[in-house]
Write a protein that binds this ligand. Structure first.
Ligand code: KG4
Ligand code: ZN
Length: 369
């Protein structure tokens, strides 16, 4: 259960993130609405999962247990603070792999209880949604394109607990499509950075790949057909050369870019801002680290006269600084959670839209709305 507590300024919050394959801890200070990252530690489990070509939930949960104490110690040391200096502790409570989420959330609860600190059970997606506010002044409301391994959504972010879903993927998440593309081309895991690297020397026009839902009404996405088309092209080539791989990656990335730009254009139009009002657009999540996609979305914003924001590359993928910030912003509004806060494998940002039109999907983090 959440409850209202007295608030203070500054907020200095320890954040914990364990919802997938990164064990992360960070300390963020929030003063007069301005955030400062005092430390951000990320222990990646990439090597543990690499042999399986994807995240294995049981391995992830065990690995979080093994390193979380050490990661927290590093975050506190780097921040130069003791637990007595904190004003709160925040932990991802979902959505994500339940075993991993429980490790971070229970650790947060233990610190809260032992140090008498307020606890915030953070929605991981809210962390991504707020991530550009770690370093820039991005006032509400804004249009958010959330692109990660488990999600692809367009949302109007009006404030904390005030997200309205404009569109969502009807099948795969965009990060998943990057990962699958990398897998069929033998580029390893995680696929996004590898595909982006290979695409640099490729011809984006060589393969005529589909642009699912492009030009259709609404703001929904679909990537399953594109993913399959890449696999079909790769199979048709037989033995693939370095250049084939580069060309396929570049063609794939161009198709993804076309789709993201088209769907975002729809959302900008749907927001229907009054004349003279400048809109703000944020792209966040692991895929937001892709420089080609960033610049295409920035160019789209330019044509509408909208401001473009994206988190620094270090805060695109999963990290605890965004969780600490979400916790600090909630505590600054007097919002905190009780120690019975549940771990939630599914936890949509816009609960109302998800209930009205559920889009269940088995993603990198398991089934979620
Ligand atoms: O946000 P994130 O770290 O985890 C989730 O919440 O899912 O996103 C991970 C996803 C992976 O699918 C990864 O391949 C993708 O983000 N990704 C990228 C890039 N870097 C990471 N996709 C495209 N280009 C990149 N540079
Ligand atoms: Zn994430």
């Amino acid at each position: 259960m959440s409850r209202q507590i007295p608030t203070s300024d500054p907020q200095i919050v320890l954040g914990l993130e364990t919802s997938c394959d990164e064990t992360a801890a960070a300390v963020v200070a929030l003063q007069n609405g301005r955030a400062r990252v005092l430390s951000s530690i990320i222990a990646s489990q990439i090597e543990a999962h690499a042999p399986y070509g994807g995240v294995v939930p049981e391995i992830a949960a065990r690995a979080h247990v093994e390193v979380i104490d050490h990661v927290i110690h590093q975050a506190m040391t780097q921040a130069g603070l003791g637990f007595q200096d904190l004003t709160g502790v925040a932990a991802t409570a979902g959505p994500g792999l339940i075993g991993g989420v429980m490790v971070g959330l229970l650790t947060g609860k233990a610190i809260s209880l032992a140090r008498n600190l307020p606890l915030v059970a953070v929605n991981h997606l809210e962390g991504h949604a707020l991530s550009p506010r770690l370093e820039a002044d991005v006032p509400f409301p804004y249009l958010l394109l959330l692109v990660s391994g488990g999600h692809c959504q367009l949302l109007r972010v009006g404030g904390l607990d005030a997200c309205e879903r404009l569109g969502s993927t009807i099948d795969d998440a965009v990060g998943e499509a990057f990962d699958k593309t990398a897998k069929v081309l033998g580029l390893g895991y995680p696929g996004g950075p590898a595909v982006e690297r290979a695409a640099r020397t490729g011809d984006p026009k060589r393969f005529d790949l589909p642009r699912p839902l492009k030009g259709r009404p609404g703001c929904d996405f679909s990537f399953a057909g594109l993913k399959t088309a890449v696999a079909r092209e790769a199979a048709a080539l037989g033995t693939v050369t370095e250049q084939d791989i580069a060309d396929l990656c570049a063609s794939f990335q161009a198709a993804v870019g076309d789709v993201l730009v088209d769907r975002t254009r729809q959302a900008i139009t749907a927001m229907a801002l009054p004349e003279g009002q400048t809109g703000r657009f944020v792209v966040a999540g692991g895929v937001a680290a892709n420089l080609t996609l960033r610049s295409r979305l920035e160019a789209l914003c330019d044509t509408f006269g909208w401001s473009f924001f994206a988190p620094a590359l270090a805060y695109c993928g999963d990290n605890a600084a965004m969780i600490a910030l979400a916790g600090a912003e909630r505590l600054a509004q007097g919002l905190s959670d009780d120690l019975d806060a549940p771990a939630r494998p599914r936890w949509p940002l816009d609960g109302e839209a998800a209930r009205a039109a559920p889009m269940y999907k088995t993603g990198r983090k398991g089934a979620k709305a």
